[in-house]
Design a protein around this ligand. Structure first.
Ligand code: ATP
Length: 246
């Protein structure tokens, strides 16, 4: 058995006495792509906030690569360990081209480097070509990011995060506002980057989750309600009740 890359153990977070996370435990393997679903308020965002160090849990540990407890570290330190996060709204440099955006992302590995003394090396060029290829943005390389379609912007931002070679990528509702074709393409992209990177994706769109075809964790009231394939969890009576509001 491989050791998990990430191991949340008994994590609880309270806001004014309200338990947003309640004794949550979860394991993610190296290279795994995992979907997290759950009704509004289930604690999905809070879970991401705890992993990235934005929110400190009241109880529990978040072990990364076996022996690093993320709950003891600052957000910037956690980012430097190789944990990237993509928020729902794309944040790309709108006035720069796709190529420039990827170059800028390479220039600032996890925010440590100064771009001032930076020159694009042959190795970087190769990496940028790989990123253009995987995000399917090669034909758009010279287009200004502001002129991209919504889906393309999201893929560009994922490419920018990949430029920093994260071990773990957290992706929050990537397909909100996407067309069906874009949604399918995004599932394809996330599947393509898993293996080399672990990816946790939070999403409400079940068509997308089905396209991902990976293990699903269902959160409810801050705890894990069920885990397994989408077919398994959707047949679970407790999961059905929660989604129907019973
Ligand atoms: N900073 C905060 N202060 C007070 N309550 C909070 C705070 N952050 C989250 N909560 C509450 O904790 C609960 C869990 O919220 P969270 O955003 O993690 O859920 P979610 O599963 O991401 O929901 P959604 O699918 O709607 O994004 C919610 O009831 C929310 O109102």
């Amino acid at each position: 058995m491989t050791d998990p890359l990430l191991y949340l153990d008994g994590v609880s977070v309270s806001f004014d006495g309200f338990k947003a996370l309640n004794n949550l435990s979860l394991m993610i393997d190296p290279g795994e792509l995992r979907a997290i679903i759950g009704p509004n308020g289930a604690g999905k965002t809070t879970m991401m906030d705890v992993i990235t160090g934005k929110t400190r849990p009241d109880h529990g540990t978040v072990m990364f690569e076996g022996n690093t407890d993320l709950t003891k570290l600052k957000e910037s330190t956690i980012a430097n360990l190789g944990i990237g996060r993509k928020f729902q709204r794309p944040t790309v440099f709108e006035h720069h081209t796709v190529l420039d955006n990827l170059e800028l992302a390479l220039k600032n590995p996890r925010g440590v480097f100064s771009g001032l003394f930076y020159k694009v090396s042959e190795e970087d060029r190769k990496r940028i070509e790989e990123l253009l290829d995987i995000t399917k943005l090669s034909p758009k390389r010279d287009v200004v990011a502001g002129g991209l379609a919504h889906g393309e912007k999201q893929w560009l931002e994922i490419g920018m995060l990949l430029a920093q070679d994260p071990k773990l990528l957290l992706v929050d509702e990537p397909v909100a506002g996407m067309t069906d074709a874009e949604t399918e393409q995004t599932a394809h992209l996330l599947r393509a980057i898993s293996g080399k990177h672990s990816v946790i994706v939070v999403e409400h769109d079940m068509v997308f989750v089905r396209e991902l075809g990976v293990k699903v964790t269902v959160l409810h009231e801050g705890s894990m309600l069920a885990e397994g394939s989408l077919d398994t969890v959707s047949a679970n009576q407790q999961v059905i009740d929660v989604y129907l509001g019973r």
